[in-house]
Design a protein around this ligand. Structure first.
Ligand code: PMP
Length: 324
């Protein structure tokens, strides 16, 4: 018989799929389709790793409560692992997150707290502040803090990086990743650059986020910060998990271009994935003058499109944003 002992054993070993219709470049573009994970996103990998490291370090005790500020995907990964391991989850989300994402987390047993999006990270109402406060108030609780938790990056160094190296037989020339906490790009890039330092690492950023300017100038410019519609990538803080030294360039993609490309991926490739996957492919096409027919580009598709049915896959919503 061939079976897994529980759902979390199915995490990882996701396929690489060639993009055919949406590729405007001369390179081969291969998508690492992370929707094949049981929680339908790449975040299952780091969620499990963060929990297991916290157990090992004595930060998470039997029957404990896991607290995290999460845009949904990390929450799903944490919830699946928590079910197997007997923990309770409380997740704090910004109100710009889609309602579907919140309902899905409730479906796997988590308690949800919603916070305003348009407040400073230091504001007591921000989801950073609320997560921290809850972890001091609730006994036997552990604040995951995916932004600064090193296990986030290590998960991708141990699993995502080696998988891509093996699946491309070491032929990858470019890795393209939407950047939020930075765990995916930093861990995957560290492994790949150790194998071949020539591999180029491109981070995808949003307008309204501080990453690109900070990477190019070393200046944290608050004037770059404004609220934007793209979900999952870009930040108004500098998470410890973003290793700026390993990233060769950042490319910003507009809310509109990311949304339109996510819809094209569904309709033209049959790959129904989320907003940041659209942004990543739009970013590659923007950079096509830096690619040639010998290049092999791997792009990470972080999460599933079903989480955005009320938004980018809804024509009325797209019209309201003036995107179509
Ligand atoms: N895309 C989506 C949909 C995400 O939820 C996230 C996580 N915030 C990212 C991309 C970015 O991944 P990371 O946090 O590892 O930088």
């Amino acid at each position: 018989m061939e079976y897994f002992n529980n759902i979390i054993e199915t995490i990882g070993n996701t396929p690489l799929v060639r993009l055919n219709k949406v590729n405007d470049t001369s390179a081969l573009i291969l998508a690492k389709v992370e929707t094949f994970n049981p929680g339908h996103s790449i975040k299952d990998r780091m969620a499990l790793k963060m929990i297991e490291d916290a157990e090992r370090d004595g930060k998470l005790m039997p029957g404990g409560t896991i607290i995290e500020g999460t845009s949904g995907n990390t929450g799903m990964g944490l919830a699946l692992a928590a079910i197997q391991k007997g923990y309770k989850c409380i997740f704090v989300l910004a109100d710009k997150q889609s309602k579907e994402k919140m309902d899905v987390l409730r479906a796997v047993g988590a308690e949800i707290r919603v916070c305003p999006t348009d407040v400073d990270p230091e504001d007591p109402r921000s989801y950073y502040s609320v997560s921290k406060r809850l972890s001091t108030e609730i006994p036997n609780s552990w604040y995951v803090n995916q932004y600064d938790n090193p296990s986030n990056t290590i998960a991708h160094y141990e699993s995502t990086g080696p998988e891509i190296w093996r699946q491309t037989s070491g032929k990858i020339t470019h890795l393209v990743v939407g950047v939020g906490t930075g765990g995916t790009i930093s861990g995957t890039a560290k492994y790949l650059k150790e194998q071949n330092p020539q591999i180029k690492i491109w981070g995808i950023d949003t307008y309204g986020s501080v990453f690109k300017k900070y990477h190019e100038t070393g200046v944290f410019d608050e004037n770059e910060i404004y609220s934007y519609i793209t979900e999952g990538i870009g930040e108004d803080i500098l998470p410890k998990n973003v290793d700026f030294s390993i990233i060769d360039r950042f490319e910003k993609v507009t809310d509109k271009d990311g949304a339109i490309m996510a819809r094209r991926l569904s309709r033209e490739e049959g790959i129904m994935v989320g907003y940041s996957a659209g942004s990543a492919v739009a970013g590659i096409n923007q950079l096509k003058c830096h690619l040639n027919e010998n290049d092999i580009v791997v792009v990470i598709f972080h999460d599933h499109g079903t989480r955005y049915v009320g938004k980018i896959f809804n024509d009325e919503w797209m019209k309201d944003q003036n995107f179509i």
